[in-house]
Design a protein around this ligand. Structure first.
Ligand code: ZN
Length: 296
């Protein structure tokens, strides 16, 4: 049996899929309610479609310290029922197969590296800008984990409160990047969801400014060869061009590379796999679980 299982475990839905890659994926979706109810649906799905291993790209934060007795558990999520949930352990025990787990953004980065917009580079970032903001970094072909895992959405960015008096939406930091530029922040600042904000609204210049501040920080700290950005907010058609221009303005010619000049459209780019980066990346985690390398 070659088929692998992938789960993109999100805050509103769990996408479960069986296959070996983009061409043979069959998927089902379950609403994220309580852990017990959601996992019951997930386990039934894989019971009916057996696989040799499962990968989980999960919302978090997750405990990914290999030495930790609570490795793989969800930690300080505001979804209280999910705090401490041992997703990978529950699924592995119920189905008797190896299960690998990593963050949703790290899984998406693996998917983009294998089949998507980052196939040709060994150093890149995958970011998502949706309800929250998250990022995964691949450096030298390996996902960065470090202490736990990167929390790129929670970096601090300059916030001119005279220009933008919105205090920020992050429950931990207020005006961190996620607090200022996530879909949640956009909706609270302007009183309407991002999907309903017109193209000529000043919201988009402000959004591009904050996102580009984040990108400029990571260009200067990690020197990625590409930045792939997914998530619902990025679907707005003006956002990519605005972010690219603002990134160039903020860097002001200091980092010299054609990627940041004439090739910027290819440098800051949407995912090659559309909305399937996460669940396809979860298949890569499953493959690694088969090889016994767990989440790494
Ligand atoms: Zn924060």
């Amino acid at each position: 049996m070659k088929r692998l299982g992938g789960i993109e475990a999100g805050g509103t839905k769990f996408v479960c899929a069986v296959g070996t890659g983009p061409d043979d994926l069959s998927a089902a979706t379950f609403d994220t309610t309580t852990p017990w109810e959601t996992l019951r649906g997930v386990i039934r799905f894989f019971h009916d479609s057996p696989v040799r291993a499962i990968g989980v790209g999960s919302f978090g934060p997750l405990d990914l310290a290999p030495e930790s007795p609570t490795f793989g558990r969800i930690t300080s999520t505001p979804k209280l029922e999910w705090q401490g949930c041992d997703l990978s352990g529950e699924i592995s025990r119920a189905l008797g197969v190896p299960v690998g787990i990593d963050t949703d953004v790290n899984a998406a980065a693996l998917g983009e590296a294998r089949w998507g917009a980052a196939r040709d580079v060994s150093d890149f970032l995958y970011l998502t800008v949706g309800t929250g903001i998250g990022g995964g970094a691949v450096v030298g072909g390996r996902l960065v984990h470090g202490l736990v895992h990167p929390e790129m959405g929670h970096i601090r960015v300059p916030h001119d409160v005279d220009f933008d008096p919105f205090p920020g939406a992050c429950p931990y930091h207020g005006d961190c990047l996620e607090g200022l530029a996530s879909g949640t922040a956009i909706e609270r600042r302007w009183g309407v969801p991002a999907s309903r904000i017109e193209s000529d609204h000043p919201a988009w210049e402000l959004e591009a400014h904050y996102l580009a501040l984040g990108l400029a920080t990571w260009v200067c700290t990690l020197s990625p060869r590409r930045i792939v950005i997914g998530g619902g907010v990025m679907r707005h058609r003006r956002l990519f061009p605005l972010v690219r221009l603002e990134l160039q303005r903020l860097l002001n010619g200091y980092v010299r590379n054609p990627a940041l000049g004439p090739d910027i459209d290819r440098y800051v780019t949407p995912p090659g796999l559309g909305e399937r980066s996460g669940v396809l990346g979860a298949l890569v985690l499953a493959e690694r679980a088969c090889l016994g390398s767990g989440a790494r």
